[in-house]
Design a protein. Sequence first.
Length: 459
Amino acid sequence: MEAVRRTVIENCAIATVDAKDTEYASGYLVLAGHRIESLGAGRAPEGLENVVRRIDATGHLATPGLVNTHHHFYQWITRGLATDHNLFDWLVALYPTWARIDEPMVHAAAQGSLAMMARGGVTTAMDHHYVFPRGSGDLSGAVVRAARDMGVRFTLARGSMDRGEKDGGLPPDFAVETLDDALAATEETVREHHDTSCDAMTRIAVAPCSPFSVSTELMRQSAELARGLGIRLHTHGSETVEEEAFCHELFGMGPTDYFESTGWLGEDVWMAHCVHMNDSDIAAFARTGTGVAHCPSSNARLAAGIARVPDLLAAGVPVGLGVDGTASNESGELHTELRNALLVNRLGPHREAALTARQALRLGTHGGARVLGRAAEIGSLEPGKLADLVLWRMDTLAHASIADPVAALVLGAAAPVTASFVNGRQIVEEGRLRTADEDGIARATRAQARRLAALAAQG
């Protein structure tokens, strides 16, 4: 048997984001294969065998890799459109374009979305893909392939829509599936791509899009399918006041009560946004262990409102951070969400007591891992956990005068990523991807964005 290969990282500040928020002003990490073997203050132990690499990380902060809990990769090629719309008007404006996506477009867009996140410290990504136009090719396979090639840990939330325009929904009819087709395709995606192992690089979730684009029967049967297969469930929830009014008009109840009536609350469920929730809604999420993907930049871009994150956390609701689709968050970078989560929530009723820098970092790491059902494996730096971590450079002009490295990371400018490891494999070096051609991806996404725009213009 081949001896385990070790990487030793020394002389860096460390924010472990463990249960005690343990931090070291100067410490070390030892990576053994794809796991963290040890870490602590001072220098690494002497006499370690088969050390293949030593990294002097002076001037750096080590954190767990960032975990993204909500995204729509395909939107990378429709950025910068409908920039002054609320959610419903934005969807109406963009659905006719999105309904023309195909496999080459989705693959290029996934590469762009993943590359931007990975070079900014994301080690675990997710994509909620729900647009499957007829004859568009293997869109789920294209996304999974892009994540595999990038080397990022990944959850694909296989979405679906069966409520088109003729049934009172927003998407064009040719961009939705039938109930039976959606369920069958979702199950096929799970069987083809879902990995149940503890160090899995690819997992699948069942993810009908939203109450206003999905029938009640698809919601119910999707929950039954997911639980029969033993996988997680994801959807959009309580994003806007218009959605709440829609639910009351169509179902005679608010979104949270509707979700509960269809089997969509539980420890295996997480929902995106959850902006407009009352005390009863928050209590229901806390009672059932339902998670939340908080997307502050997208919520601001679409004027959706400020989610009650301090109240969710106080109630014990699992909360992570999400980029959301890059047609409503053009930066596509999760580090931005650390800062915006803190700043936006301080505009709410809790003001300066809303969130701290360390709570923001926890949302983007351990909180996200918990929401995705992977907190036992990732989300904190602890012996035995998977070696997903980031070295942020903190000694440049942008951060050097800030004594607290966690405050510098969260409140300061986007910190350079010197190294990012996923499963013990380095995927970023000095701010550039080691696993992909960034310039080639930029060219491909521009070409596919132009092709999609041309197709949409033809009507």
